[in-house]
Write a protein of this length. Sequence first.
Length: 306
Amino acid sequence: MKILVATQKPFASVAVEGIREIVEKAGFDLALLEKYAEKSELLDAVKDVNAIIIRSDKIDAEIMDAAPELKIIVRAGAGFDNVDLQAATQHGIVVMNTPGQNSNAVAELVFGLLLFTVRNRYNGKSGTELMGKKLGLLAFGNVPQNVARVAKGFGMDICAYDAYCPQEVFVQQGVQQMTSAEELFRMCDVVSLHIPSTPETKNSINAKLISSMKSNAILVNTARQDVINESELIRTLQERPDLRYVSDLQLAADEEAREKLGDRYFATPKKMGAQTAEANINAGLAAANQIVAFFKDGETRFQVNK
C-alpha cells in the first residue's frame, strides 16, 4: 500500500515523522507532496496511491479520476468540505475526517478572540468581563464541548442548541439545552458558531438571527465562512452599532466589512483554529492511524460519505 501526504500547507516535521513511523510500521510506503504550487503536481502524484492524507487541500473528481488505485482519503481536521463527497462515493472511495483532534485548539482560539474583543483590542480603554455572561453554542460536538469546558473556568453561563445531539449529552456536560437557534441568538451575550458547512447551513446565519441578538452581543465564528450570509451580516451590524463579529475566517467582503464596521469586525489573516503544534501533530497521527485501521481491519468509524 502506498499512502500519500499531500499538503500545500505542510504538517510540522515532527508530525510527518510520526506519520511515517505509523505507516511504515504497518508495512506500507509513504510518499510526500508538500508545498506544491500547481494542481498538475497533485494529479501526477496520485497516479499509483492507495490512500491520501490532506489538510485544506481540495480533492475533486478530476483528482480521483487520476488515482485508479485510491481507496481512502483522510482529511486531517474536522471539516471536510474541501473534498467532493459525491464524487468520492461514485468512485468507491471512503472519505474520513479526524474529529476531536483540533477541538482544544479551536476552543482556546474562541476565547482568544473573545478576550481581544471584550477588552477593546487592548487599546487601553475600559472593557468588560466574561464572568456572568451567557454563552450560546450553535452545535454541541467536540469543539463546542471544549468551548463549554473553558467557559466554565471563566464563570460564564452556558447554553447550546444542536438538533442532532442527545439530551443526555447536555445534562452530562452541565449545559442548558436550548430549543432552537432563534432562542439561542435571542438569549445570549455571546454566540459561538460550530456548525458544519452543508446545503442546509450555508447562509443560515442571517439578518433575522443576528438582528435578534441582545444589546452589545458578540458573534464568534470559528466554523466555516459560508454559513454566514455576508451581505445581511454587514447590513445588520450597520443597523445595530452595538453588535460585534469576530472570526478566524475573513469574509469574502473583508475590505467592505472593515470599512463599514470598523473595530466591530475582526478576522485573522487566515484560518487559525487548528494552527497549533499540538493540533497539527494530533490530526496527522490520527489520519495515519485511521488509514492503517481501514486497510488492516476495514475500520470506517469516521467515514463522512456514503
